[in-house]
Design a protein around this ligand. Structure first.
Ligand code: SAM
Length: 458
């Protein structure tokens, strides 16, 4: 049994005891939720805005039922490419609440504000900026819309991060900073994005603004940190485009070092505002350990970490038995972070490249073919492919090159089992069969399923 209860009694692949995966929030947390008034008669925390928000489709359903439904869905989807003996039961969380380490909120003009009594005309000039005429909305977009609903009591978001969002809103009112109006392209504060280092407690706040000039930025930050002393760094990100993309390209650090650190599987990772970092840290550790275990490193292999982001899986593999790691991702800042992460952790057997993963694999395959080798690198080390593509899955170019490179094993991590099954079907035509499918619940209360498939040449 794992520390946080993800692995169930009875081992992998066995029938899951119904009770084992129930949320086991401690008595103090249950008490807090009761005080928040969010607990139903059956003892389950209830989300007051579940219907309007739509992000957590199953939040008011018992967690063990959610897990059972995900197992069924995986069995259905993978029946096309894997036998039932390959399927393991999903690894759930012991406490499936407040798991999101990244919390984001847009700001928008709300209803007109009533003037406070005694503050109407004629008095002394205010010593600070006039309060905005309208209220400020923050929270989450209702599913499929740009209507903001107040998700102050969200059950899956980190509570400190939520507190920061609300503090930014109240400071905007205090400092007279207008929220962005997306219809008109006017106003200043567009979003706040808060990231929390799960193990370090470090907190990065990114304030996304419509313009660079941030009058009173120093006082704003000072007051923000005074009210939320756990904040370790604040960054201003400038986004002047009329777009749904949250972050712009330019940034300046307003407070602290401009990044936070977090620990995963014994290594330390640097997270900046633009880096991809999994949002559920507890389950990321479970996911990575499972993927590395399935990949079966013995100390001799060369791991290709395709779609590597900031190099997290590859660096963990390097510290857990891979002799050499080559990571590739198309985002330059992610690769910068990956190299920095390797240095910072003293890992010297990993190198990283900025490239399209398909093109990179095609070049690798061409070099291997020219040298007349398959399944090994230039030093004769067996190849193992770790791949973790975005929701759209991989590409035919990538998969064809993977087949040509002929790795011993492929550990394919996916946040979208539908595209994963499509890709596995493609690999099957070339003799690669699915040995094991391990689902991990990275997003409790939602429809999302994360799966690791171990694929081998049969
Ligand atoms: C699901 S994330 C996985 C990141 C990383 N493995 C992790 O666990 O943090 C997918 C990654 O694929 C990268 N990506 C998307 N399309 C790509 C492409 N065509 N070539 C290379 N990388 C790509 C994204 O930048 C992102 O970092």
């Amino acid at each position: 049994m794992k520390e946080n209860g993800q692995k169930r009694a009875g081992g992998q692949g066995g029938k899951r005891p119904r009770q084992a995966a129930r949320p086991q929030a401690g008595p103090r947390r249950r008490q807090e939720r009761r005080q928040e008034g969010n607990v139903a008669a059956n003892g389950l925390p209830q989300c007051p805005v579940a219907r309007q928000c739509g992000a957590c489709q199953h939040v008011n359903q018992p967690y063990d039922q959610q897990l059972a439904a995900k197992d069924e869905r995986v069995a259905q989807l993978f029946s096309q490419v894997a036998g039932p003996e390959a399927l393991r039961s999903i690894l759930g969380m012991r406490d499936p609440y407040a798991y999101r380490n990244k919390v984001m909120s847009p700001f928008a003009p709300g209803a007109p504000r009533k003037a406070a009594p005694g503050k109407r005309g004629g008095g002394k000039r205010p010593s600070r900026p006039a309060s905005p005429q309208r209220d400020i909305l923050c929270g989450m977009y209702a599913a499929g819309t740009h209507r903001i609903i107040d998700t102050g009591e969200c059950l899956i978001e980190n509570a400190q991060a939520k507190q920061v969002i609300r503090t930014v809103r109240s400071l905007m009112l205090k400092f007279g900073i207008p929220p962005y109006d997306e219809d008109r392209g006017t106003g200043f504060m567009r979003h706040a994005v808060v990231r929390v280092g799960h193990t370090t407690g470090e907190v990065l706040v990114t304030l996304v603004t419509n313009g660079q000039q941030f009058p009173g930025a120093k006082s704003f930050c000072r007051e923000l940190v005074r009210r939320c002393p756990f904040i370790t760094t604040v960054v201003q990100n400038i986004n002047e485009r009329q777009t749904n993309v949250v972050l712009g390209q330019r940034e300046q650090v307003l407070y602290g070092p401009g990044f936070i650190l977090d620990k995963l599987c014994g290594l330390s990772f640097r997270i900046s505002s633009q880096s991809f970092y999994q949002v559920n840290s507890v389950q990321t550790e479970v996911l990575y350990r499972q993927a590395i275990e399935l990949a079966g490193f013995t100390g001799a292999e060369h791991a290709i970490d395709a779609y590597c982001g900031t190099g997290t899986i590859g660096l963990v593999a390097a510290s857990m038995g891979a002799a050499q790691v080559t990571g590739v991702d198309c985002v330059e800042s992610s690769i910068r972070d990956a190299r920095q992460n390797a240095r910072h952790n003293g890992v010297d057997n990993a190198r990283f490249a900025v490239a399209d993963a398909g093109a990179f694999m095609r070049d690798m395959a061409a070099q291997a073919a020219a040298a007349g080798r398959a399944g090994t690198d230039e030093e004769g080390r067996p190849l193992v492919l770790l791949m973790d593509p975005p929701r759209a899955g991989s590409t035919e170019e990538f998969l064809r090159a993977a087949v040509q490179l002929a790795p011993e094993r492929i550990a394919y991590i996916s946040c979208n089992p539908e595209t994963q099954v499509r890709d596995l079907g493609f690999l099957k035509q070339f003799g690669y069969g699915v040995r094991t499918v391990q689902p991990v619940d990275m997003f409790p209360h939602t429809d999302h399923i994360e799966t690791i498939a171990l694929i081998e040449c049969m």
